[in-house]
Design a protein around this ligand. Structure first.
Ligand code: NBX
Length: 837
């Protein structure tokens, strides 16, 4: 009875020592406890890595307390919840971030110190959680941090890949991929929930059965695998709230293949069981698309099915009527990758809950929102052939959704078949397929772009037809990044400086306060301290560069950085051509002129998708150019070129604070947003960039005098391409700027060796071949001017420092807190739910 229950609760409470304490002595005790009993080392001898493990478990215990409190509080108050569905999360390291968000960094540092360790060294023992490719995946991580910090009742759902994004190693200047078996040494940040499991089904057939006098479709699946939950607590900053990122791993189902066991094929049935686990084994390393792969489709459905079973179970625990679903559940599709969710919710409501198609459809249309992260028209498609085999019932549902949609459209726009064909969720033709973007747009109440420019393109080009039909769905949610990760964790020197001059740490929860730095714009002491912080960060970066590549760089040089995935549209090639041009200029200069030159360290980093040949050639060219220039003793410190291998989140945390200048060179109209630019902005690096994606809004915010903008604007790009093609046939050397032609010739003629290998790379910018689709030729002059302007500004360190301060002061709008608050209020309609202390 109740009395018994109460007595038990009281006894439990009396056994508990209250919450874990955070003073340095208590922390030391806990660390030593974990050294002995979790890591199983002696407290009298353990190394940095073991100290990391023990501290991680110490922090994890504290996260679990808050996680429990938060979820008990959510359960009690039953707020509307957001479920953020994403196939990728690039979390990076967790220790520093957790310790900072818990507000126990000083105590942890002191505890470690007294045990003879240094926090920074210990924190560097941690490997990255790299369960994603690039911008999209890191954005998800920043958004989780903001959701927790702003007290939103949110859950993240994703896949627990056993192999994250490949590690890049460079051999002879060529990229090689090595598997990232990141769980090798255990992962203290996850909590395995062996009891939170769901069966996920595949293959089989659809049959029609009579049920209460009505015909019902039922799916008789052919294969079952089990999804096991792994929970990753996400602590908010300045709040007790700690939300959950739930990642699914595939395990063979306990029911698996009983048949085979009984018929005696023991070995094969064990082998088959093992195959189930391959579903969540590996992240696809392509950051554009990977179409027509069955395993990828399996991953998507595995993720969708497990997440939705979990979400529906939670909903049903708290509510009895599905009419309440739209008031209690918001499902967010992070790009098209999880959009099978739409068919799955329909299947659950129609086939399992028997709501009837129309009622189910009505509900579905109220719960989904969708963000697209790409500028390209040709989005994700699933071949019908694959679906038919793997998810036969879902294919039927998709056909029915499309049929109803097209019928409705016929009423609205008439029998305009070419228009209907464009709108259709099903693409007819040689390879019949499902257009995931069309599906997501039709079924979501909101379609979000990731910058103003991106939304504009969605409305006028990519999804023009849909915009005409549903103008109210289309919204702009300019991306942002977390200042906790990108200043507080990665640039503690700048953090202290900002807090000192603002007289508060409140900017860590309210980035708009950074604008207060403008008050000190002309203060000489402030300038001095500002430059000092940058210098220290440059020293750290210089040490890293020397350790990685053996190149010694001068701290007086301008550190010029371009780090991001390698893509033709991001134009790393333009950067390299600019470097070669700079080298040519230096070679032609007399001693006197050379004395006036601003020395440069050009730093490039990023991974190429394993099958992307041109991107791989760009990496090799970068190394070939570096080798030539760095070994030219005549040039010395005036120009150094460095490729930073294996660019990832933790490398970014080191590189970004140490940069003076950062380059964002995408041909205007190609980068949906870009988020690296915001990270550099927050760290006081000046941008050299095209007016593309979110850079346009950065220009609005800080003014064009405070960065170096170059190149064709979006509206000019199409015209220039046309011009290109109209005089395509004969080579038109006159149209190619002299400097560009010379650089191209050097690469083509083997000045940097490997001319055969670089031939196809050169052809991408040559007429009659790739026709310079990304307009390197026509932007080159303007690019060099911007570079010259940057050199000039750097000579005047006062001016440079002012620009740098104004960059940080204007970065408040680019906090993911702003983005998330906007989503919460206008798209998800969720309210903060703050767990009491
Ligand atoms: O998403 C990126 C865009 O290119 C950036 O402009 C934008 O800032 C960022 C965040 O909104 N897109 C991206 O990173 N895409 C992928 O990584 C990707 C991964 C798998 C896939 C397709 C795209 N199948």
């Amino acid at each position: 009875g109740l009395g018994e229950h109460r007595a038990k609760a009281e006894r439990m409470f009396s056994l508990m020592d209250g919450f874990l304490k955070n003073d340095p002595i208590s922390l030391q005790k806990d660390i030593l406890h974990h050294v002995e009993y979790t890591v199983a080392r002696s407290r009298f001898s353990f190394d940095d890595f073991e100290a990391y493990q023990a501290l991680a478990h110490t922090v994890r215990d504290r996260l679990i307390e808050r996680w429990h409190d938060t979820h008990i509080y959510f359960k009690r108050t039953k707020p509307k919840r957001l479920y953020f569905l994403s196939l990728e999360f690039l979390m990076g390291r967790s220790l520093s971030n957790s310790v900072i968000n818990l507000g126990i960094e000083d105590q942890c540092a002191e505890a470690l110190n007294q045990l003879g360790f240094e926090f920074e060294v210990v924190a560097e023992q941690e490997g990255d959680a790299a369960l994603g490719n690039g911008g999209l995946a890191r954005l998800s991580a920043c958004q989780m941090d903001s959701l927790a910090t702003l007290d939103y009742p949110a859950w993240g759902y994703g896949l627990r890949y056993e192999y994250g994004l490949f590690r890049q190693i460079i051999v002879d200047g060529f990229q090689h991929e090595k598997p990232d078996y990141w769980l090798n040494f255990g992962n203290p940040w996850e909590i395995e929930r062996i009891h939170v499991t769901y069966e996920v089904k595949f293959y089989g057939t659809v049959e029609e059965v009579e049920m209460n006098g009505e015909k019902q479709k039922v799916w008789i699946p052919g294969e079952t695998v089990e999804a096991v939950a792994y929970d990753n607590p996400i602590p908010g900053y300045g709040t007790r709230n700690t939300i959950n990122l739930r990642l699914w791993a595939a395990k063979p189902s306990s029911k698996f293949d009983l048949e085979a066991y009984n018929t005696g094929d023991y070995i094969n049935s064990v082998v088959n069981r093992q195959n189930a686990e391959t579903i969540s084994n590996v992240l696809y390393p392509d950051d554009r698309s990977h179409q027509g792969k069955e395993l990828r489709l399996k991953q998507q459905y595995f993720f969708v099915s497990a997440s939705l079973q979990d979400i529906m179970r939670r909903f049903k625990e708290e509510h009895t009527n599905f009419d309440e679903l739209p008031e209690k559940v918001a499902l967010h599709l992070n790009d098209t990758h999880p959009s099978l969710s739409i068919a799955e919710v329909m299947r659950m409501l129609v086939d399992e809950e028997h709501l009837g198609w129309h009622k189910a459809w009505d509900i579905v249309c109220k719960i989904f929102s969708f963000t697209t992260h790409t500028m390209v028209t040709d989005g994700e498609k699933i071949p019908v052939e694959l679906l038919e085999n793997l998810l036969p019932r879902h294919l039927e549902i998709l056909y029915e959704i499309n049929f109803n949609f097209l019928e409705e459209m016929k009423k609205r726009i008439g029998l305009d078949y070419s228009r209907l064909a464009l709108l259709s969720i099903v693409e007819e033709g040689a390879m019949k397929s499902i257009r995931m973007a069309n599906l997501a747009i039709v079924c979501s109440h909101t379609v979000n772009g990731v910058s103003k420019l991106h939304l504009e393109k969605l409305k006028t080009k990519t999804f023009k037809d849909f915009y005409g039909l549903y103008p109210e769905k289309f919204q702009c949610k300019t991306n942002g990044v977390s200042q906790r990760r990108w200043i507080v964790v990665s640039n503690p020197g700048l953090r202290d400086l900002i807090s000192k001059w603002l007289g508060t740490e409140a900017w860590i929860r309210d980035a708009d306060l950074l604008s207060g730095l403008r008050d000190h714009l002309d203060n000489a002491d402030f300038h001095l301290e500002w430059k000092m912080v940058k210098k220290v960060n440059k020293m750290r970066l210089a040490e890293y560069i020397e350790a990685m590549s053996g190149v010694k760089v001068s701290l007086d040089a301008m550190f010029d950085v371009q780090v991001k995935r390698i893509h033709e549209y991001k134009r790393q090639l333009l950067n390299i051509f600019g470097i070669i041009h700079r080298y040519n200029c230096l070679k032609n200069m007399d001693k006197d002129s050379r004395r006036k030159v601003v020395p440069r360290v050009c730093i490039i980093g990023g991974k190429a998708a394993p099958g992307y040949e041109i991107a791989k050639k760009i990496i090799k060219l970068c190394h070939a150019v570096a080798e030539k220039i760095n070994n030219d003793t005549d040039i010395g410190d005036l120009l150094k070129v460095v490729f930073i291998p294996d660019y990832n989140v933790s490398v970014a945390e080191l590189v970004i604070p140490g940069a003076d200048l950062s380059q964002h060179l995408s041909t205007a109209g190609n980068e949906a947003s870009g988020t690296g630019n915001m990270k550099f902005l927050m760290n006081g690096c000046l941008l050299l960039a095209t007016a593309d994606g979110s850079t346009v809004e950065i220009i609005e915010e800080i003014g064009e005098d405070n960065l170096f903008v170059f190149g064709a604007k979006v509206h000019e790009v199409e015209k220039r391409r046309q011009k290109r093609l109209s005089n395509l046939a004969p080579l038109q050397p006159a149209k190619v700027p002299l400097h560009f032609a010379r650089v191209l010739r050097m690469v083509r003629d083997g000045y940097f060796g490997h001319n055969d290998y670089f031939k196809s790379l050169c052809e991408t910018v040559e007429f009659g071949f790739g026709n310079d689709y990304y307009l390197l030729t026509s932007d080159f002059g303007s690019y060099l001017e911007a570079q010259a302007a940057a050199d000039k500004a750097f000579v005047n360190q006062d001016k440079w420092t002012r620009m740098s301060i104004l960059s940080v002061a204007g970065s408040g709008r680019f906090s993911s807190d702003r983005t998330i608050q906007d989503y919460a209020e206008s798209t998800w309609k969720i309210s903060p739910c703050r767990c009491p202390l």
